[in-house]
Design a binder for this molecule. Structure first.
Ligand code: P6P
Length: 335
């Protein structure tokens, strides 16, 4: 029985969900529990970062040309090794690896799922003790079961996701994941190392009072987006007042706040970044899946994120994501 009366743990919840589908093999439930285990291990290091000498840049530079923080390296290794030693994943694409990591062992090749991830999103926040996150996306593989996963497995449209989720390492640590059945949030009880179902059936409010945009790009975006930012800050009769600008430098944290309180996050094309900054396959797609299941919307300014056919695993995409009514507003400016 759970420590908290009538509140399920992540493991109990995934098993309950499995029982709802008699024909389910339990692989997805097992994969999600593996992700939960990796998240607990990463969380332990996040909490020790200041004393575990993993602060500061690792000196390496990742495939994106960004200085890799030591925690990025640690988290990447944890997720890969936990899932490689499991029996429910055939391979991983990670922001930290130029190529797909194909596990290619008998058990892994027999798995029907593959995973894409950003092991630490917002790593620039590590040294200043501000929220960071991990993002993951799960697909059913296209390649034959029993064979090694292929690159094609990782280049599916976001609408094909079986599950997607994130971990936010904030004032508390939460794991939030969506399947087509809904979005559920689990808060970690550090004292016993269990995630508890604290936010069942999350739905994003139709509108909120927050907009997340890095105002340093105000003069580097298309005029219509500048006009939308002006609208966000305006005191216009058709709004309840200016929207508050909240921008944490971690898309997981901004999107999580908007999921709970309502709001919009956007990272459009800016000067020097014609496709924006965020990665389609392991940042935009999973967060778009979660947001849509919760009742929100996510586009690249023109088309639905989940309908975009990825061309390569690290491609970028402009991103507008959040409350339905606020997304309709921004699209009025984009027409
Ligand atoms: P900028 C973090 O590096 C990230 O990928 C997102 O989590 C965050 O929203 C964005 O980049 C911040 O980028 O250019 O505003 O510093």
């Amino acid at each position: 029985m759970s420590r908290y009366k009538n509140i399920m743990t992540l493991d109990e919840f995934t098993i309950q969900q499995l029982r709802l589908f008699p024909h389910a093999t339990g692989e997805l439930s097992g994969l999600l529990r593996g992700i939960g285990l990796a998240a607990k291990q990463v969380n332990h290091e996040v909490n020790r970062a200041g004393i575990a000498d993993i602060l500061g840049a690792a000196g390496a530079v990742n495939v994106q040309g960004e200085e890799v923080q030591k925690l990025d390296v640690y988290a990447n290794n944890v997720f890969i090794e936990v899932l490689r030693s499991g029996i429910n994943c055939a391979g991983i694409v990670s922001e930290e690896n130029e190529e797909a990591v194909i596990f290619d062992d008998t058990r892994s090749n027999a798995s029907k799922y593959i995973l894409l991830m950003d092991p630490i999103d917002g790593s620039g926040n590590i040294d200043i003790n501000i929220s960071i996150g991990s993002i993951f996306s799960v697909y059913r593989r296209l390649s034959p079961i029993g064979q090694p996963a292929t690159l094609e497995d990782f280049l599916q449209k976001g609408i094909k996701q079986v599950a997607a989720g994130y971990v936010i390492y904030g004032s508390s640590t939460m794991l939030v994941y969506a399947t087509r059945r809904g979005v559920n949030g689990f808060t970690l009880d550090n004292s016993i190392g269990e995630f508890y179902l604290s936010h069942p059936g999350l739905k994003i409010p139709a509108r909120g009072k927050f907009y997340s945009f890095d105002n340093c790009y105000y003069n580097q975006v298309a005029p219509e987006i500048r006009r939308y930012v002006d609208y966000c800050m305006s005191v216009e009769e058709n709004k309840t007042g200016p929207y508050s600008n909240r921008y944490y430098g971690c898309m997981v944290a901004d999107t999580h706040r908007n999921l709970l309180k309502g709001g919009i996050f956007f990272y459009p094309a800016v000067a020097g970044k014609p496709d924006g900054k965020l990665r389609l396959c392991y940042e935009c797609n999973p967060m778009a899946f979660i947001t849509e299941v919760a009742g929100g919307k996510a586009t690249n300014g023109r088309e639905r994120i989940l309908d975009i056919q990825p061309r390569h695993i690290h491609q970028r995409s402009p991103l507008f994501i959040g409350s339905e009514e606020m997304m309709e507003e921004v699209h009025q400016f984009m027409k």
